[in-house]
Design a protein around this ligand. Structure first.
Ligand code: NDP
Length: 247
């Protein structure tokens, strides 16, 4: 249901990885605040169900298949949103995977997959929206990094490398932009389906135990909404949102 208390004009907000977890929660929260959300992911059945649910609650949502590893597919996702709404105000680069493992396990395919989704996927998103936002002379790119973008832990070397890289390229984009806002949001342990991609069962069990203190994905959706709803001349650059109990 659109929030009558919001004073911010509705924005067209594209969200990658909207089929579960943080992306889904962010879509629900932004739609409830009156924004038009465009949902991208590979599991289109999930996106259709989410779109219907958001619309049943009075919100505005549109779903489009998306694989962020495919630059042409990302351009099609953005083009579909632009042709439907005539503008693209915000891109939330949220899609990500986290197949944790020790480096000496040599899971090279998983390393490459993380680089493809978590890093190249973000770059593909930036490439697809930046010309439009520059032509509009306004826009906002929100990149979801992680507490792993601020620290490094065993089994998370490659995941951390991708998330550090997301923070680095966001800072570069921020410095290059005078009209496009850039925000990095770094969640800590958050309830979602992220551990599903961990192939090593010992590591997966350990991380799922740590997830006992996880915060709900809605906490990250609130942070995204806060950043988006600031006045155009206010750029919230970095937010870290983690459980109070996380070390
Ligand atoms: P989920 O696994 O619940 O969600 C991940 C989303 O990414 C899904 O919607 C999935 O959709 C999508 N996705 C994966 N691969 C692709 C792809 N190739 N193309 C398009 N979409 C893709 O996990 P989270 O919600 O936790 O993850 C969201 C982001 O938050 C990630 O970037 C993650 O690294 C980050 N994060 C999460 C934390 C946590 O504790 N949960 C902590 C810190 C950061 P589909 O499979 O349908 O394509």
């Amino acid at each position: 249901m659109p929030n009558p208390s919001t004073t911010v004009a509705p924005k067209v907000v594209l969200i990658t990885g909207a089929s579960s977890g943080i992306g889904e929660a962010t879509a629900r929260r932004l739609a409830s605040a009156g924004h038009h959300v465009v949902l991208g992911a590979r599991r289109t059945g999930r996106l259709s169900a989410l779109t219907q649910d958001i619309e049943a609650r009075g919100g505005s949502a549109f779903a489009h298949v998306l694989d962020v590893t495919d630059p042409a597919g990302v351009r099609s996702f953005v083009a579909a949103a632009h042709s439907r709404y005539g503008r693209v105000d915000v891109l939330v680069n949220n899609a990500g995977i986290m197949p944790l493992s020790r480096l000496d396990a040599l899971r090279i395919d998983e390393w490459n997959r993380m680089i493809d989704v978590n890093l190249r996927g973000v770059l593909h998103g930036i490439a697809a929206v930046l010309p439009l936002m520059q032509a509009q002379r306004s826009g906002h790119i929100v990149n979801i990094s992680s507490v792993s973008g601020l620290r490094v832990d065993p089994t998370a070397a490659v995941y951390s490398a991708t998330k550090h890289a997301v923070r680095a390229l966001s800072e570069g984009l921020r410095q290059e932009s005078r009209e496009v806002r850039v925000t990095v949001i770094s969640p800590g342990l958050t309830r979602s389906e992220l551990t599903a991609s961990i192939g090593d069962s010992g590591i997966k069990d350990a991380v799922e135990t740590q997830m006992g203190i996880a915060i709900p994905a809605t906490a990250i959706g609130e942070a995204v909404l806060y950043a988006i709803d600031q006045p155009a001349d206010v750029d919230v650059n970095e937010l870290v949102v983690r459980p109070t109990a996380q070390g």
